[in-house]
Design a protein around this ligand. Structure first.
Ligand code: UDP
Length: 255
């Protein structure tokens, strides 16, 4: 574990909306570059970074289902394809500043990216490459937040962790959720200027108060697997780096 860092391996979730910045339907190259630069500086410290990227800036299945007879599953597959576009954009941006990056998709698109293979992803991380997981978990009716929780949770069975057989688990230690807000508030800060930013919460607080941090599938998966989640604002320069290094930023859930 790098001495100055709380986490050794992190899973950074970047939503499509965060990538869009002020533009409503696209990717802002300045934001992609800001993400790449901050990720670059922490990978140089030896922290392993995996990314899950969303697709809401291009297409969100739940919002589009029903239009012109589009069924939910088809809409969700289009949403998953949108995440692949974002992933390839981010990969190109990362590599333009010298960070070796691999995209792995949850369903096969072998001409453009590798398929998701857990052990291969781990190997890439160990070699200092950034891995971007695209296409969510590959199934409709899920979100990329759930993909972030799932990829983070994929540690293998407990006996695999026994040091004698040398098995390396994926074991990302935290989900870092980069958003357009400072963290989790006790009320909607847009409507209530008195709303307070909460420093820490438990997973159960998020579930029982129905706080809109992540969808229920994602947060319960984090709870069951003891995965802490940090919710923070991607638009403040330096925040991604701080979050990855484990410095105080945004709201810390479940640690
Ligand atoms: N999606 C899906 N299964 C998944 C992940 C994503 O069907 O495992 C679809 C879904 O339609 C979703 C879209 O892909 O609306 C984009 O993902 P998401 O909404 O999570 O992106 P974000 O909100 O992070 O931009």
């Amino acid at each position: 574990k790098p001495s100055s860092s709380r986490w050794r391996r992190v899973l950074l979730k970047v939503s499509g909306e965060a990538l869009a910045g002020d533009q409503s339907q696209n990717i802002d190259p300045k934001i992609a570059m800001a993400i790449a630069r901050e990720v670059a500086s922490v990978t140089r410290l030896g922290i392993e970074v995996a990314l899950v990227v969303g697709g809401g800036n291009i297409f969100r299945g739940s919002a589009r289902a029903g239009c012109s007879g589009l069924d939910r599953s088809s809409a969700d597959y289009i949403g998953m394809l949108a995440t692949v576009m974002n992933a390839i954009f981010l990969q190109a941006t990362m590599e333009s500043i010298g960070i070796p990056t691999r995209v792995q998709t949850a369903f096969r698109m072998s001409e453009v990216a590798e398929p998701y293979i857990r052990r291969r992803a781990i190997r890439h991380l160990e070699k200092g490459r950034v891995v971007i997981f695209a296409a969510g978990i590959g199934n409709p009716f899920f979100t990329t937040d759930t993909a972030a929780a799932l990829r983070c949770a994929e540690k293998g069975e407990p006996w695999y962790n026994c040091s004698c057989n040398g098995f390396k688990s994926f074991n990302a230690e935290v989900v870092l959720k980069a958003t357009n807000v400072d963290g989790v508030f006790d009320d909607d800060p847009k409507r209530n200027p008195q709303a307070r930013l909460l420093d820490t919460l438990t997973h159960q607080d998020v579930i029982s108060k129905d706080l809109s941090v992540m969808d229920m599938t994602a947060i319960t998966l984090c709870q069951e697997n003891n995965i802490p989640v940090v919710v923070f604002n991607l638009n403040k320069p330096g925040n991604i780096e701080k979050a990855i290094k484990g410095e105080r930023v945004g709201t810390l859930i479940g640690a």
